[in-house]
Design a protein around this ligand. Structure first.
Ligand SMILES: [Zn+2]
Length: 103
């Protein structure tokens, strides 16, 4: 399997760059994980647990890809997923990792 990173991905289609389309929930997951780690100093901070938490959380939350200019529209749409719901999913992922850590 070819190993790649985000910097190596070509986001150009025809003459249009789609690099400004992002998963809004990914940003919220990052924010929530940082808050959870800051509040609970007992949680494991090894790279494996943090990566597992990020991946498991994102896999449990439907992505919401939006344009940077459409944030307000998304926040008022029926598809909006609240930060409270995202926090619950992250905490559920964290419980799974705590029960069976990959480190
Ligand atoms: Zn760990």
């Amino acid at each position: 399997m070819e190993i790649f990173n985000r910097d190596g991905i070509d986001y150009t289609i025809e003459d249009c760059s789609v690099s400004d389309i992002f998963n809004y929930n990914e940003i919220l997951v990052l924010k929530v994980i940082r808050e959870i780690l800051w509040k609970d100093q007992t949680l494991c901070r090894c790279p494996i647990c943090i990566e597992d938490l990020f991946a498991l959380s994102l896999n449990s939350i439907p992505p919401r890809y939006i344009q940077i200019t459409s944030i307000e529209k998304y926040l008022n749409s029926a598809n909006f997923i609240s930060e409270k719901t995202i926090r619950e999913k992250v905490l559920a992922a964290w419980e799974k990792i705590k029960a069976k850590p990959g480190h």
